[in-house]
Design a protein around this ligand. Structure first.
Ligand SMILES: *Cc1c(COP(=O)(O)O)cnc(C)c1O
Length: 457
């Protein structure tokens, strides 16, 4: 193929995109003014565009890639499965991959989680957890337990139920009348950041509020749902493990279930296999997605305790069955990828590698990013990082949203060979667990360059 042909095919992809596509979370009037990158290939921690330019995948292809792209073991496992069957249903049939993966997930999950219900996206894993919690109490005759508690600024996905336990002024404004009413409690970071409390005081205020929430509503709560340790889409907002432990304790004391949404935090992203481990918390339900297949394919899972599972086990005519299932639930190619990803965790001692690189990443952030004049806050847990840009460090005054500084800083970082995507004015870094020491340097350097360019520092 000649160079000019490649040029033509590139503009053809963009032409087709502009003519027929509607992108997620994207204002299409802006998109059509852009010069979009057309990603053709991946290789390790890099993405390669149709011009042959390489970029470090600084947000793990939206928080899901774990061991890099085109990992030979995961690729081979998917190919081998493709030679057997691509898809077969979990409704009334089973297959070896789904069964083995369920056993392996129960093996790595926190204690007490013994049953795996598959689906195909983080949002569906959350819907399933909510419906299982609700039906669990209905089946026990505790119909008063019909409500959910969630954290202010939570994000649990974009379907109606997941949105109802989430909260975003901007994302939800046109659908609010469709959402069910959820009880909110405020995590410590809000008090620290918006009311200027120190971390200890903020923690105490947040715990007091959670305690009052359960005092008032305890009897009507089916479950508390939480993104353990880090509220991702809110802007990478961490809370201390003590807060998570206290939430778990309050839910249990009130007789409510605890749902940990580990869709973003699961599979090593926070420095442990699952974030809730760091608080010694054992959820009743746990949602997995994103990194489950190493970030290769759409597969998700909701894990439940045996006590929850058993409440649904009854003669058919009692209609205790969990009547829920998505067509591609437990897809065999996804299961093959997930099994291979778990093997890679063992073979390559991925968590030992993470333990080595996290201090390096945090060290560079503290030394070189936190000190930039327009950086208001550097938040990080493991490989989840948010760098919040502010107009004024002292007052924490935000930039005008129309200035799009986070977005422009991320675009500027591209010129330095790194793909990142912000949340508002928070520049997010979330590299694959397989990122090397050199690549950490490249990621941080490009981020600094991008921030400097748009803030004029
Ligand atoms: C991304 C995310 C979801 C939604 O997952 P999808 O696969 O996009 O539906 C749910 N919860 C959390 C915490 C997430 O970060």
């Amino acid at each position: 193929m000649t160079t000019s042909d490649e040029g033509d095919s590139e503009s053809q992809s963009v032409r087709r995109d502009f003519g027929a596509l509607w992108h997620p979370f994207t204002q299409m009037s802006e998109w059509s003014r852009e010069d979009p990158l057309v990603i053709e290939r991946g290789e390790g921690n890099a993405l390669i565009d149709d011009q042959g330019r390489r970029y470090l995948d600084g947000v793990s292809s939206l928080w899901c890639n774990v061991h890099g792209h085109r990992h030979p073991k995961i690729d081979a496992a998917i190919r081998a499965q493709l030679d057997r069957v691509a898809h077969t249903t979990m409704l009334g049939l089973t297959h070896p991959g789904a069964a083995e993966l369920a056993e392996r997930l129960v093996g790595v999950a926190p204690n007490g989680l013994t049953r795996v219900f598959y689906s195909d996206a983080g949002a569906t894993a959350v819907e399933i957890a909510l419906k299982q919690a609700f039906q669990y109490f209905a089946l026990r005759g505790e119909t008063n337990r019909s409500r959910f508690v969630s954290l202010a600024d939570a994000y649990h996905g974009d379907t109606i139920g997941a949105m109802s336990v989430g909260y975003s002024e901007a994302y939800h404004r046109h659908h609010r009348p469709l959402l069910f009413d959820t009880i909110r409690t405020t995590p410590p970071h809000v008090f620290r950041w918006e009311r200027g409390l120190d971390p200890r005081a903020a923690l105490q205020v947040a715990i007091d509020e959670a305690r009052r929430t359960f005092e008032v509503h305890g009897d009507e709560v089916a479950a508390l749902i939480v993104e353990p340790l880090v509220q991702g889409a809110a802007g990478i907002w961490p809370h201390p493990p003590e807060y998570l432990a206290e939430l778990a304790r309050l839910a249990k004391e009130a007789g409510a279930l605890l749902i940990c949404d580990e869709v973003a935090t699961g599979f090593g992203r926070t420095g442990t296999m699952f974030a809730c481990e760091q608080a010694g918390v054992e959820p009743d339900l746990m949602c997995l997605g994103k990194g489950l297949t190493g970030g290769y394919l759409p597969l998700a899972a909701t894990l439940a305790t045996e006590a929850i599972f058993e409440a649904f086990v009854a003669p058919y005519e009692e209609l205790a069955t969990f009547f829920h299932g998505h067509t591609f639930t437990g897809n065999p190619l996804g299961c093959a990828a997930a099994l291979a990803s778990l093997d890679v965790f063992d073979d390559e001692q991925t968590m030992a590698h993470v333990a080595e690189i996290v201090p390096l990443l945090h060290g560079r952030l503290d030394a070189d990013v936190a000190s930039l004049p327009q950086v208001g806050d550097v938040r990080r847990v493991g490989l989840m990082v948010g760098v919040e840009l502010v107009q004024d460090r002292e007052t924490r005054a935000h930039y005008e949203p129309a200035l799009r500084v986070g977005y422009r800083a991320s675009l500027a970082a591209r010129k330095h060979g790194v793909i990142i995507r912000p949340l508002g004015d928070t520049v997010v870094l979330m590299p694959p667990l397989s990122i090397t020491k050199d690549e950490i340097g490249q990621l941080v350097d490009a981020t600094i360059a991008g921030i400097r360019e748009v803030t004029g520092a």
